[in-house]
Design a protein around this ligand. Structure first.
Ligand code: SUG
Length: 415
């Protein structure tokens, strides 16, 4: 049976705050802070357990091998210490699996398979080095070619950040959906990471029906305010779109296109008068997981930062008290990831598929959550300060921790 499976990225043992992402205000603000990789990874497992207990299907992806020695070698920087390049090679940024790939589930595609295109992430150097290892992992997890087609990246001239800028709406997950691709236009205060042509290429290679695709521009003011991905200002699930009033360049045209293709669509727009763009971005209200619970109601899984923000809380209380399509709000604590600009939605990649067709080593249940927790508690560094980035003994410890995790889940060769 087709279900939505959320694949969360396990926070890697090299998690640190290096301030690598221009336009990502949280990451910039926390540059140089001491990070707590063990706590970060345990927060991630707790979020997965939380969602598992709601009756949702949960999978995970492994952290990528770090430090990335091949990158330092390619940059001829393996002989001498270069702080900027070393920080890139050490980044644990693959935890944000919403940027791993763009996913078009089987009901939407011409050949009836679920198509995944790994994101090239070219705009940020530390993220541009993720895709080869991510692709290797996707090809293991979704190796069943009768159900999945896993594609390499689109050419790097066209920046692609994957599912973080992609929304899918439909009557239910298992029915043909409307795929909505949000891109940015360059020339603003901060980089527009998602290029329109990258998404148009993905829609073609996934075999989508052009009549069921929408391409729309993200509001330049949203990018300038710190919404470096669309999932910082909007999230969709089945027939519900939850978004900020200032998320899109031409919201009326977008809403009309959605309603034309999906007449039952419900759009929950948060006005700037209730929650300013600045509050939306600092609280990550929209970087939430909007999910359909087994009892068929929709719930919004928000970061605790959203719950603690007064105007956001007032909006959420009124929303739940009203008769809207989002019936529950459930806060989760992912503070270590949040400080790098990664909320609950950044940490997961949604794949609509039959869980039985996915390599079982990537699926989570309570026993495997225990296993992951045990490895993390034993091997993840407790803290990493900025002065320690590049330390050889710590690098060995990180590689060793990664090796233990791969071995524990039966993916020893993914080292
Ligand atoms: O690409 N942060 C990530 C956060 C990604 C969030 N993902 C989504 N919105 N889907 C980024 O900006 C910061 C790393 C550092 O500075 O150390 C970082 O890469």
């Amino acid at each position: 049976m087709l279900r939505e499976i959320n694949f969360d990225g396990i926070v890697g043992p090299s998690h640190n705050y290096a301030g690598l992402s221009l336009g990502n205000l949280a990451a910039t603000r926390h540059a140089g802070d001491t990070a707590f990789p063990r706590e970060a990874a345990l927060q991630g497992i707790a979020k997965m357990r939380h969602n598992l207990r709601l009756g949702l299907a949960q999978g995970f992806f492994l952290p990528l091998p770090r430090p990335n020695r091949a990158f330092l070698h390619d940059m001829c920087a393996d002989g001498e210490f270069d702080p900027a390049l070393t920080a890139m090679a050490w980044s644990a940024s693959s935890m944000w699996t919403a940027n791993a790939a763009t996913v078009s589930p089987a009901p939407d595609t011409a050949d009836g398979r679920c198509h995944l295109t790994v994101a090239n992430l070219v705009t940020m150097p530390h993220r541009s080095i993720e895709w080869p290892d991510t692709l290797r992992q996707l090809r293991i997890a979704f190796a069943d070619q009768t159900h999945f087609a896993v594609h390499g990246p689109v050419p790097p001239t066209f920046g692609d950040e994957g599912a973080a800028n992609h929304m899918r709406m439909g009557a239910s997950h298992a029915e043909a959906g409307v795929e909505i691709f949000i891109y940015g236009r360059p020339g603003g205060k901060f980089p527009a990471r998602q290029h329109e042509q990258a998404f148009r290429a993905i829609a073609r290679r996934h075999g989508l029906n052009p009549g069921r695709c929408i391409f729309a521009e993200q509001a330049p003011e949203a990018i300038a305010a710190g919404a470096f991905h669309n999932d910082v200002v909007a999230v969709a699930n089945e027939d519900v779109l939850f978004c900020h009033e200032q998320a899109f360049a031409d919201k009326d045209a977008l809403y009309a296109a959605i309603r034309e293709k999906l007449p039952t669509a419900k759009i929950v727009e948060v006005p700037a008068s209730a929650v300013s763009l600045a509050d939306a971005i600092s609280s990550y209200l929209f970087n939430a997981q909007l999910v359909t619970l087994p009892e068929e109601v929709q719930a919004l899984i928000v970061p605790t930062e959203a719950w603690d923000n007064a105007p956001v809380r007032a909006f959420l209380d009124a929303m739940v008290a009203g008769n809207g399509p989002i019936r529950k709000v459930l806060p989760v604590d992912v503070r270590q990831s949040m400080a790098n600009g990664g909320g609950p939605a950044c940490l997961r990649l949604r794949v609509v598929a039959d869980p039985a067709t996915v390599d079982p080593r990537f699926m989570l249940d309570e026993a495997r959550a225990d296993l992951l927790e045990g490895v993390i508690a034993r091997h993840w560094p407790e803290r990493i300060s900025s002065a320690e980035i590049g330390n050889e003994a710590l690098a060995d410890r990180i590689r060793n921790a990664h090796g233990h995790l791969c071995e524990a889940v039966g993916l020893k060769d993914y080292g």
